[in-house]
Design a protein around this ligand. Sequence first.
Ligand code: SF4
Length: 300
Amino acid sequence: MQRPAIQAVSSASQRRGQLKALYRLMANCRLCPRTCGIGRLAGEEGVCKSGVRPMVASATLHHGEEPPISGAGGSGTVFLSGCNMKCVFCQNYPISQLGVGNVMHAGELARRMLALQKNGAENINFVTPTHFAAQAAHAVYLARRKGLSIPIVWNSSGYESVEALKLLAGFVEIYLCDYRYATPELAKLYSAAEDYPSVVEPAIHEMLRQVGYFEGKCGVIIRHLCLPGHLEETRKILGRILCEFGAGMPVSFMSQFFPAHKSAQYPEISRKLDDDEKEAAWEVLAQSGLENGWTQEDFA
Ligand code: SF4
């Protein structure tokens, strides 16, 4: 797939227009596919249990991302609290589900981002930002005006609304997007998001429209985490990626699942992948026809 023509640099007024539109999506919230319809601007909370100000669990340098994301200096990782997914195996569940974090203004978040840049961060990596899309973009806008020059990474579950993503154009340079499920029943069982398979592909198409395949310091990377006992789901997902996005689509293939949060209630995923399963998963990847990307062994 060809990289799209470089987007014209938006004017400050265009960016402000995008920000206003993003905040307006929270009035009867449809910032994500849950479309809760509640008044977040008036203090109501929907499925993500998030308010109008960003809530941040941590902002630190992280060296364990994909090699081009971590780089030499580390990725300036900003963990946003809450989540619009309800994954029973979430490894970050204290942050995503239990509300660990601090509420702050977008200006304070912008200052944290600038501090990460000063400390050598290669980029600003928003982890699980979907439900705070307006606030994260707002912080980017403020930080850019104060000298933030490193790329913005949108490290997302893929459970995104195309309407909101369109408004992020120009705020985000790298989309690091999960493809978790191709089967609605699994998406419902493990993440209470039956529509995930119908949502994730349009979302990735919009990301690709904005920034193309990952190359250098810009573009889309799809992440896939293999679940124990679900090799066929992995095969199906890789097939969908090949069919929908092409053989050159960069894919980060992860096999380091470990059971967390409520995994113990689901015996089939209450364990790590064993060595045979990992080998079988890598074989599925090798046979998939996908040509670009990384496996966990390539990480720091
Ligand atoms: S961002 Fe939160 S409140 Fe808004 S639609 Fe999604 S889950 Fe609901």
